[in-house]
Design a protein around this ligand. Sequence first.
Ligand code: DC
Length: 664
Amino acid sequence: MFTTPFLDLPPLLSATGTVQLPGSKSISNRVLLLAGLSSGTTVVHALLDSDDTQVMLAALRQLGCAVDTDGSTVRITGLGGRLDVREASLFLGNAGTAMRPLTAALAVLAATQGGNFELKGVPRMHERPIGDLVDALRQLGCGIDYLANNGYPPLRLGSGTLNTRAPIRVRGDVSSQFLTALLLALPLVSGDNAVIIEVVGELISKPYIEITLNLLARFGIRVQREGWQRFVIPQGSAYRTPGDIHVEADASSASYFIALGAIAAQGGQSIRIEGVGSDSIQGDIRFVDAARAMGADITGGPGWLEVKRGQWPLKAIELDCNHIPDAAMTLAVMALYAQGTTRLTDIASWRVKETDRITAMAIELRKLGAQVTEGADFIEVTPPADWRAAAIHTYDDHRIAMCFSLAAFNPPGRPVRILDPRCVGKTFPDYFEALFSVAQTRTEHIPVITIDGPTASGKGTLASAVAQQLGYHFLDSGALYRATALAAMRAGIPETDEAGLARTAAALQLRFADQHIWLDGEEVSDQLRREDVGAMASKVSVWPAVRAALLELQLAHRRLPGLVADGRDMGTVIFPGANLKVFVLASAAVRAERRHKQLISKGISSNIDSLRADLEMRDARDQSRSVSPLKPAEDAMVLDNSALTVDQCVAVVLDWWQHRQPFG
Ligand code: DC
């Protein structure tokens, strides 16, 4: 998980494999509320874990629902339409999908059963309108007060007298979430008569209302719809848990991997997408047709899709994208790989999303070299004649970050930088990890930073911090020599037996994860740091056959999106073509002191002078051995960290790294 304000995508070549997409946010929070209102227990599978679902779960707990979480599976025992807790203050973050439906449900429950609820969120939530929903609920007779500004949360919901016989009118042209909120909540008061909802104005985002109706049906409520203007909840409707329910993956998120398959799954390879398929209830699944029109080869079934490159280059299209506004952004990036000009129309809603998406897409596509024409409600994209390396601004818009990652497949191999890449967390926190798990490139395109230096120089700490910040893989090559030493000590192989040690090295069964190392299934991270193991490692590492046996294992760590490797010969022997080579120095006195402190913190007593003598002896051995002696590569940047903190060292290395990138 990287923390730098940028993510550099090296040139990518092809893609193959399977991705499991995270659950849809819209479906997740609707299902949670329905489960909370039903009687009985609902087991929700593949729930999205995000800020928005967390606040919904917390609210349900506060209201007295039993909630048990086990990974992405959540068991919820609902209220069965009866308030358990009659007074609560609910914090709903910035989750519109929690604020709107909970307002409707708790307002009618408080009015009919008595109650007093306060609903609030983060400051941004208090700027998001809710007046149209409150107006509709007040017509019904709910008691609702604004606690700060009229028309906006925070709200207080209290007593009221409901009249459910008259139709309830709600505006549909600002947000479809108000209608969704009423549809989800009003079955609670349909006991005596059918409840009628009438939409005022043209209803927008109809596919989201379809999701609502579909999920209501799964929970036993069959709403009758007359066009998109009038909805009837039949008398006596009652929520019935379906028992188990699977949350579909997000169909808009699928668009990036569908496009990926169309662009990069070549030569018999394919991208399989799991979690959403041809049976999807989400409107954006129709992106499949648009991608096919551009040349993608797509097959699918319930809960899965499989995509290959079909026609290549892609076909330019002209398409009215009103029905797939979010996923259509992905088409604009696919257009970079099409022959001719692609024209996407009826996308005025792009201008009022997370950012003005028409302008943003135009600016960023032009940075790559594309020719772009934008209008009030359309965009036209002609592929670059001359691709350029570009740093893509993402406007705190998750979809811009995700769709522009696909530009890294450009034929001339220009790198692409995504700025503020963590904005993908809104719907797909692990997007880039998923992309790198299926994307492929030539090894020499994968960036490598080497950090070599003597023992106790702090290179390991530095390398792991740099790797973590860049989101790169990390190779502690010393650990491989230490693991060989430990395995040899256990097997009784002496330090003089070069062939035996080499066989031990070649047979190592190692697993690396989260800064821990397992040898033959046993976690050995602490044992590898033992002084006697380090001393033995220094001896086994002098043997050419041992070094040769560990070569492949080290090279195999060079995986997307990049590698930071530390050791003695990373820059000189293992990765001589590394993009940045650092050689860390610190005086023997400083290193002895650091090691001393380290040992004290572990409760081990030691003597600084003998530690220093020991370090100097090890330095001498590492420097004087005939193969791969410890020395800076000719083109290494030397970093004397005697007087620097770890953070300062990391900053220096990241600064050097930045200066080697083509993004200015
Ligand atoms: O970095 P370290 O202290 O964990 O390394 C343990 C020993 O392994 C060290 O004495 C030298 C050897 N080594 C090596 O020869 N080449 C490397 N690339 C890394 C470590």
